[in-house]
Ligand binder design. Structure first.
Ligand code: AMP
Length: 253
């Protein structure tokens, strides 16, 4: 029976139109709806499924971030996680927190909590880094199964089907291991109202990165954040000759 650590990041909700701050040093986060990173919902769901199949004994949801990160831990608890760990990092330190810092934090917690599996999302939709699972596996020196499409427990460990360019790859790995959840791994359940109420009573521990011995001093400086270029309006042409003439005029052919 495995103990599973799941990473849940609080990100700007996928449906929000993100705006760049006037000083171009980041994006507006104040007063903006945040939610659990969508791939992390899939990671939590996979852990809960393992527990339902009696293949996992306990699920610990971890979020690194400001005080509000506890909201996404509560969501994970309502989905079926047993307890939460909030690693508080806020202000400028959080704005410049990088996957390498989060990986060291998750690796330390995985060892402290004697986890057998770490399940993360394949990518956080705010930084689009796709690095944390890989680096967590490297810090722990554990095998990794990234972009998981299917995970099956076997006597020897896990058989994992991975999404790769144009197809699927099947690999076997022993546990302990680090996995990252891809979109088609499962369909996450909704947290029901009774479970949201129950989640309020589940244990949630708060620690700092310093408590875990991880230095989160920023390693980068953000020079500038820009909006994508505005798309130019299209033009209607009367016929193919006019189209060809226009393309030539624009130097496209
Ligand atoms: P990234 O490498 O930043 O694209 O993130 C990949 C995955 O790592 C996410 O889907 C989360 O599962 C986990 N992760 C990244 N940042 C955090 C965080 N601040 N707190 C908890 N989990 C995180």
């Amino acid at each position: 029976m495995a103990r599973v650590l799941v990473g849940v990041k609080r990100v700007i909700d996928y449906a929000v139109k993100v705006r760049v701050k006037p000083d171009k040093k980041g994006v507006v986060t104040q007063g903006v709806k945040h939610s659990m990173n969508p791939f992390d919902e899939i990671a939590v769901e996979e852990a809960v499924k393992l527990k339902e199949k009696k293949l996992a004994s306990e699920i610990i949801a971890v979020s690194v971030g400001p005080a509000q990160s506890q909201e996404v831990i509560r969501t994970a608890l309502a989905m079926g996680a047993d307890r939460g760990v909030h690693v508080e990092v806020s202000g400028d330190e959080y704005e410049l927190l990088q996957p390498v810092h989060v990986s060291k934090i998750l690796a330390k917690l995985a060892l402290d909590e004697k986890a057998d599996l770490v399940i993360l999302g394949k990518q956080a939709i705010d930084d689009d880094a796709n690095q944390t699972a890989q680096m967590t596996a490297a810090v722990l020196d554990w095998p990794q199964g990234t972009f998981c499409n299917k995970v099956e427990k076997t006597d020897a460990g896990l058989t994992i089907s991975r999404e790769i360019d144009g197809g699927l790859e099947t690999i076997k790995t022993k546990i302990p291991a680090v996995l990252s959840a891809d979109l088609r791994l499962n369909t996450p359940r909704y947290a029901t109202l009774p479970n949201i109420m129950k989640a309020k009573k589940k244990p949630l521990k708060k620690v700092t990165a310093k408590d875990l011995g991880v230095d989160t001093t920023p390693r980068i400086e953000i020079i500038s954040v820009e909006d994508p270029p505005v798309r130019q309006a299209g033009a209607l042409v009367a016929d193919v000759d006019a189209l060809v003439a226009k393309l030539k005029e624009g130097g496209h052919i």
